[in-house]
Write a protein that binds this ligand. Structure first.
Ligand code: ADP
Ligand code: ADP
Length: 228
């Protein structure tokens, strides 16, 4: 668990012709689950990618647990990201997909890594899939594996980039419940991005509304979406 502080975060593309993120400031408390909601193109992914270290901000700072990580390489940041398209390594088995991130980001021995993968696979109910490769899995199974790969590292911060968008309605409900269970059991600090207002209503302790790269409002779901 950790706190996350974004201070006046800005990201330009094409020499400033595109301003994807336009001065976003946000404080996320220890164990808080914040949902960032807004239409396609409003800067959600870019914000998360900067948090993950996959994109450098044009200006502004990112702190995790009070430490400035703005210039810290992605591999050295204690965050895990779950993507809409799963982003599993296609040639690796489920076990290898889960163990790879552990190898990159921790100093665990091989035996300890194997034990962590086994425990997490059990928790996510994917033990039977450990020897399969991603192309042998259904969409729902892939997303369970992607979640497992994030959890196994026990990161301080979880980042979710529209993780349910590619799933059908029934699976979406299942996975939503699954993420809520993780939220409750592991008490994770998370930033969850979605374009779906209804999803945002049910997922977060707090909702942040992003529009055109600007955070317009943050508050509890009931404050942000008041009945007219
Ligand atoms: P969202 O995740 O909310 O759909 P994005 O963060 O993906 O929004 O994109 C925000 C804006 O930045 C959009 O106008 C998008 O076209 C632009 N953008 C994102 N990535 C790049 C890039 N690598 N090069 C140029 N423009 C980009
Ligand atoms: P490339 O460098 O060609 O994008 P990678 O195999 O490194 O290919 O990454 C494929 C996708 O997986 C990318 O979207 C990348 O951001 C994502 N990715 C890379 N490393 C990790 C990781 N440790 N955990 C989750 N996703 C990752």
């Amino acid at each position: 668990m950790a706190t996350v502080t974004l201070d006046n975060l800005r990201k330009e593309f094409d020499n400033g012709r595109i301003v994807a993120v336009d001065g976003v400031s946000l404080d996320v408390e220890d164990g808080e689950f914040v949902t960032v909601v807004g239409p396609s193109g409003c800067g959600k992914s870019t914000t998360l990618r900067m948090l993950a270290g996959l994109e450098s901000p044009t200006s502004g700072t990112i702190e995790i647990d009070g430490e400035d990580v703005t210039d810290v390489h992605a591999r050295r940041r204690d965050v895990a990201m779950v993507f809409q398209n799963y982003a599993l390594y296609p040639h690796k088995t489920v076990r290898q997909n889960m163990a790879f991130g552990l190898r990159m980001s921790t100093d665990l021995s091989k035996a300890e890594r194997e034990e962590r993968v086994r425990e997490t696979a059990e928790m996510m109910d994917i033990e039977e899939l450990l020897n399969d490769r991603p192309n042998e899995l259904s969409g729902g199974q892939k997303q369970r594996v992607a979640l497992g790969r994030a959890i196994v590292r026990e990161p301080n911060v979880f980042l979710f980039d529209e993780p349910l968008s590619n799933l059908d309605a029934k699976l979406r409900t299942t996975m939503r419940t699954e993420i809520q269970r993780l939220q409750n059991e592991l008490d994770i600090t998370a930033i969850y991005v979605t374009h779906d207002q209804e999803e945002a209503m049910t997922m977060g302790d707090r909702i942040a509304i992003l529009n055109d790269g600007v955070l317009q409002q943050t508050g509890a779901p009931t404050e942000v979406y008041r009945n007219p």
